[in-house]
Ligand binder design. Structure first.
Ligand code: PMP
Length: 358
């Protein structure tokens, strides 16, 4: 059999997820924490890793790590935790559970995090995207109508939303949770920057799951996401998880990092302050519309965004160009909040590029 006969036509036609080479760039494209760990913490961490036994499989349940996450995220008593190799893997586990049903639908507002739709597509599940309003808020009538019509098994709500950066109206989200027959997964990837959460509503709604990740906190390279919710749901999702999905180095490193939470609290506070400064500065630039953000990035609309993106790149600055997505994201760039120096370099370059364009 040839690959052409083996793969589905949509897989043959697709391109692989592309991550640009960022060597030498000021990297403001992937919502990473720009701060390294303090040198003395790195020393203690490497020391901590000495207890790893690479010849042994990791503990598939990682109880110590789960305990640390429970404290860190203030997971309510009685709720279970499921670990994923990044929250990407958790999305895959959630959707894998729907494969083989006679018919299954995944619903999310749009634009939102692309993986919900991507994974649904590879698993052959129906995906319904409900357009957000012009201000990127949820469209109540459209959401309720789509829920009644499609009766989705799973709804994803990113809170705050990526790439728009805003928090949806919490009362409306509660209404959606109440009105949907299926599960609602509130994806709180940007929780460290938002100071808003649905974690404390897990006890109220029996069809709510809350997903988190340590990526944006500053552990993107370790790949650790987690899902929290009622044991009666998580027990079954856990069967679909690969037993050793969280390797020993990630388990030990994440436990260590959560033991030094104050370091990340300082870093995320600095990022939040810089986000607000960056937003103010962007709002003053003629022709630029910056959208308010509760996350560690800012969406901005700027005429000729594709050209601006290339010009920034020539000046050594890498942001995310969203304009190819079109629709409400045409002429949009997404910039991750970096260090004060990185943000200043971005602002200076953007100002120069825009002046040249006029
Ligand atoms: N959810 C949202 C809303 C995101 O923006 C991202 C990362 N861009 C993720 C989940 C995935 O994060 P990770 O797999 O690193 O945990």
């Amino acid at each position: 059999m040839r690959p052409e006969d083996f793969f589905r036509p949509d897989i043959l036609a697709a391109s692989a997820y592309h991550v640009p080479d960022a060597t030498g760039f000021i990297k403001l494209d992937a919502m990473e924490n720009p701060y390294d760990w303090p040198p003395e913490m790195v020393e203690a961490w490497l020391d901590h890793l000495r207890r790893a036994h690479p010849n042994r499989y990791p503990d598939p349940q990682a109880p110590a790590l789960k305990q640390a996450l429970r404290r860190h995220a203030q997971v309510p008593e009685g709720m279970e935790i499921l670990l994923g190799n990044g929250s990407d893997e958790i999305i895959q586990i959630l959707l894998m559970a729907l494969v083989g049903r006679n018919h299954a639908t995944v619903l999310a507002p749009q634009p939102t995090f692309v993986m919900y739709q991507e994974i649904a597509r590879w698993l052959n599940l129906d995906f319904v995207g409900v357009p957000l309003q012009a201000d990127f808020g949820l469209d109540r009538a459209a959401m309720l109508e789509a829920i009644a019509r499609h009766r989705p098994e799973i709804i994803f709500l990113a809170y705050p939303n990526n790439p728009t950066g805003n928090l949806f109206d919490a009362a409306l989200m509660e209404e959606i949770i109440r009105r949907t027959p299926g599960l609602v997964v509130v994806d709180e990837a940007y929780a460290p920057f938002a100071q808003a959460t649905f974690m404390d509503r897990l006890e109220t709604f029996d069809n709510l799951l809350v997903m988190r990740t340590l990526s944006k906190l500053g552990l993107a390279g370790l790949r650790l996401g987690f899902l929290t919710g009622r044991p009666e749901w998580l027990r079954h999702f856990d069967k679909l998880r690969l037993p050793y999905n969280i390797n020993i180095l990630t388990q030990l490193s994440a436990e260590f990092a959560l033991d030094h939470a104050e370091v990340f609290e300082r870093q995320t506070a600095a990022i939040r302050a810089e986000r607000d400064r960056l937003f103010q500065a962007l709002s003053l630039l003629p022709g630029v519309q910056a959208f308010p953000s509760a996350a560690n990035f800012i969406l901005l609309q700027v005429p000729g965004a594709g050209k601006v993106f290339e010009a920034l790149k020539r000046r050594g600055i890498l942001v995310k160009n969203l304009s190819p997505a079109g629709g409400p994201l045409s002429d949009c760039l997404r910039v991750t909040v970096g260090t004060p120096e990185e943000n200043q370099a971005f602002l200076d370059a953007l100002r120069t590029v825009l002046l040249r364009q006029i």
